[in-house]
Design a protein around this ligand. Structure first.
Ligand code: DC
Length: 231
């Protein structure tokens, strides 16, 4: 590799495999990996656990905004190379991946103040560079000057199938139609929200991984990193 440290922004649709790919890349090149979606999920879990979201999905936005300064989010590296998300010091990695959180996270991520608070945390995590961050607005808003920006896509059906298999493997009792509906709904909210909508940065490199293996994807990504490091 090279001594030059860069910021690598990997954005894309939900369940496009960007987290797996970002994590593998970070481990390979010795960079820190940050899953920015996990941060939005942690805030959503906090809101759910503190009765700020009712059964119909209505959010008590002003209550949530007022507690934002007291919400701390960290990542704990695990021996197997993964990271667990900590919400106010508590390991919430399992809870934030459940459908209860997935179903409520997009409206939470559309709140301007939530985005401002998390964007500030994300920028401070990247201040020394040497970071791979994945999300929806990393290349457009969080790090518009990132040296390498990747925009990942795959069809909604392909993404829903992957998510369904992942959840079934974990023993979750889910059905495919429900997962597909959740993927389509989240795409729509993420693309149409007023604040930092999911959008490809003009200078991002596209990756459609619908028919790529992990190995092909990792090799492609490494090529892009090498180019960015030597440009
Ligand atoms: O990547 P994910 O599915 O874990 O993301 C969860 C939600 O958070 C998703 O609805 C989009 C939102 N999100 C966002 O708005 N901005 C980011 N940088 C990352 C995620």
């Amino acid at each position: 590799m090279s001594d030059k440290k860069i910021i690598i922004a990997i954005d894309g649709y939900s369940s496009s495999g960007k987290s797996t790919m970002a994590r593998a890349l970070a481990a390979k090149i010795g960079y820190r990996y940050i899953d920015s979606g996990a941060m939005y999920r942690a805030v959503t879990l906090y809101a759910l656990n503190n009765n700020m979201i009712d059964a119909q999905g209505n959010i008590d936005t002003s209550a949530l905004i007022s507690v934002l300064p007291s919400i701390s989010i960290d990542f704990r590296p695990m021996p197997d190379g993964t990271q667990h998300t900590l919400l106010n010091g508590e390991d919430v990695e399992t809870e934030i991946r459940q459908l209860r959180v997935s179903d409520n996270v997009s409206p939470i991520a559309a709140i301007k103040e939530v985005r401002a608070a998390l964007t500030a945390m994300q920028r401070s995590l990247g201040k020394d560079k040497g970071i791979v961050m994945d999300g929806r607005d990393i290349g457009t808003t969080v790090f518009p000057n990132a040296e390498l920006k990747i925009f990942v896509n795959a069809s909604a059906e392909m993404r829903a199938r992957r998510r369904f298999l992942e959840m079934s493997d974990k023993g979750d009792n889910v059905n495919y139609e429900e997962v597909l509906a959740n993927v389509v709904r989240r795409d729509h909210i993420d693309e149409t929200r007023a604040e930092s909508p999911l959008r490809r940065a003009d200078d991002a490199i596209d990756l459609d991984n619908s028919y790529m293996t992990h190995e092909e994807q990792d090799a492609w990504l490494e090529q892009q990193v090498n180019k960015a490091l030597h440009s």
